[in-house]
Each structure stands twice: as C-alpha cells, then as structure tokens.
Ligand binder design. Structure first.
Ligand SMILES: [Zn+2]
Length: 57
C-alpha cells in the first residue's frame, strides 16, 4: 500500500518541474511549464532549448 500511495502522490504533484538546457549558452534550468516552445532561457532568453532528463536524487 505504501508504494501505491507514493506513486499517487508523485503523479498528482502540482509542483512538478521540467528540466531544460539552453542550446545557446548551455545553461541547465527548471521550469514548471511543460510546453518547451513557451520556455525561454533564464540567462540569455533564447528559445532554442531542449528538454533533459530530471536528475535522479
Ligand atoms: Zn541561454
């Protein structure tokens, strides 16, 4: 039962963040916005970014 409730809390989290990396300045950052086309780099405002896997830990 503990595992099931743990999964549910993960899936239901409103505070999920998505991890991106800027292709222009190579800055890695997080955004709550899952739509990559709407996300801009916080360092250089570039729109050419790619999504990266969230760090484990
Ligand atoms: Zn950048």
């Amino acid at each position: 039962m503990g595992l099931l409730s743990g999964l549910r809390s993960m899936l239901g989290s409103e505070n999920r963040t998505f991890h991106y990396r800027c292709l222009a300045c190579d800055t890695a950052f997080e955004s709550p916005n899952p739509v990559m086309a709407e996300v801009t780099c916080p360092e250089c405002r570039a729109t050419r970014i790619r999504s990266i896997a969230a760090p484990e830990a």
